[in-house]
Design a protein around this ligand. Structure first.
Ligand code: HAM
Length: 421
């Protein structure tokens, strides 16, 4: 037997009618972003591996174990993009987008690749929409980005959102805090997992993300980063909170919202949905004021977020938001073989006139064609038999309301369907 193929583990075919729901999310997103002043950017599917190592961080889970990295024939190390902030910043610097204005607001809808253990809401190829607002260091920009993330989810019909907000301060205050954390954890060293013991040296903040109950217990009394913010960071954070309160966007202050990517400074946030289970983050983001400089650009502050579309659709599914598939308007039926070439032309003419039309190309019987018209929920069936061919006319049957059948001149069909009786 010939071997058949399966899609790769952690990837998903999107089939109709599911694709209609995707298109709904995409078109609402494009429309929404436009109204909020964001312009679309699209970047290539792969980049130099070093771009991600330098931005997301060598020690992050993404770079250390999840990237799809390969060498091309010229021995360049390339990586399928696991996230979009770094590629968008690369493009911003490469094309000197700063010259187009002091504030650059970009958005994207794209496919990403991470070699994670597949489970519900966690795929190896997944999709995000997101924004990057580049050029403003001020809290009103953070508030705008968070409000956009929140309100777009609401617009898509996802309710019951919980917004977690935090600040991880500047690099200097984070370094000082990390030392405090390392000192606090020193007496518990032997009780920590191997991963956390390693992180004590490489990236102590990530220990706060632990899922291990014993470690969570140890961390109960650990110092909080929020209590160690410098004055400017604190003022910035307080101001973001005030803006959100003024915007009536509820949030919960999180003491340890350490995101899995290393480029953040100051504001970090995540929005979760209760019904998603273990992978409950619908979106995450924050400020990253040093990244552009670290990637070779001029020092430029920026803030953004990305939301996982598969997870959004799961949340939408659970609350039963259903996007209707485009109904097929007219089914053209060949009631004799001589009519078959004619219905091809007629279908194209109707579509040219903006009418949704379909017809049979597998030479089925009249009865089967009628069954198909009903299966597709067509509003009208248009029949052409020998009589109609002779008289240059068609029979139009209303399938949904009246069931009435009328004879219409072929050259008047478009007009009739646009203004039926
Ligand atoms: P992230 O938290 O890694 O952030 O991803 C954002 C969202 O993408 C997550 O909240 C989740 O909904 C979705 N997501 C992540 N991994 C997977 C996966 N394996 N399967 C399905 N969905 C997933 C970023 O990517 C940052 N670039 C966000 C950002 C933009 N920060 C500033 N600007």
């Amino acid at each position: 037997m010939t071997k058949s193929f399966q899609s790769i583990k952690g990837t998903k075919d999107l089939l109709p009618p599911e694709t209609t729901r995707w298109r709904t999310v995409e078109s609402v997103t494009h429309d929404f972003m436009g109204r909020w002043g964001y312009k679309e950017i699209r970047t290539p599917v792969f980049e130099q591996t070093e771009l991600f190592a330098r931005s997301v961080g060598e020690e992050s889970d993404i770079v250390s174990k999840q990237m799809y990295t390969f060498s091309d024939q010229s021995k360049n190390s390339l990586t399928l993009k696991p996230e979009l902030t770094a590629p968008v910043m690369r493009a911003y610097i490469q094309h000197d987008l700063a010259r187009t204005g002091a504030l650059t607001k970009l958005y994207y809808i794209d496919s990403l690749f991470r070699q994670e253990r597949p489970q519900a809401g966690r795929l190896r190829q997944f999709h995000q929409y997101g924004v990057e607002a580049i050029g403003s260091p001020y809290p009103e920009q953070d508030a705008e980005v968070i409000a956009l993330a929140y309100k777009l989810l609401q617009k898509l019909g996802v309710d019951n959102l919980t917004l977690y907000l935090s600040s991880i301060g500047s690099k200097e205050c984070r370094d000082r805090y990390c030392q405090l954390l390392v000192d606090y954890l020193a007496p518990y060293h032997d009780k920590l997992s191997q991963t956390s013991q390693k992180r004590l040296k490489t990236n102590p903040l990530r220990i706060l993300d632990t899922k291990d109950p014993e470690e969570q217990d140890i961390l109960q009394k650990a110092p909080h980063l929020l209590d160690h913010l410098e004055n400017d960071d604190r003022i910035h954070y307080e101001s973001v909170k005030r803006h959100l309160t003024d915007l009536n966007i509820p949030f919960i202050q999180a003491h340890s919202l350490v995101r899995g990517l290393d480029y953040y400074s100051r504001t970090t946030f995540e929005i979760t949905h209760p019904r998603l289970g273990a992978q409950n983050a619908l979106c995450g983001g924050g400020r990253y004021d040093r990244l552009i400089e670290e990637l070779g650009g001029k020092p430029t502050p920026a803030v953004g977020f990305a939301a996982g579309i598969e997870r959004i659709l799961m949340a939408m599914e659970k609350i039963e938001v259903i996007a209707e598939d485009t109904p097929t308007g007219v089914y053209i039926v060949a009631a004799c073989d001589a009519a078959r070439p004619i219905i091809v032309e007629l279908a194209v003419d109707l579509r040219d006139a903006g009418i949704t039309a379909d017809f049979d190309t597998i030479r089925r019987s009249l009865k089967s064609q009628m069954r198909e018209a009903n299966r597709l929920n067509c509003a009208y069936a248009v029949f052409i038999g020998e009589d109609e061919l002779r008289k240059n006319c068609v029979q139009v049957k209303n399938l949904t309301t009246t069931g009435k059948q009328v004879e219409v001149k072929t050259n008047n069909l478009v007009n009739y369907l646009q203004n039926p009786d």
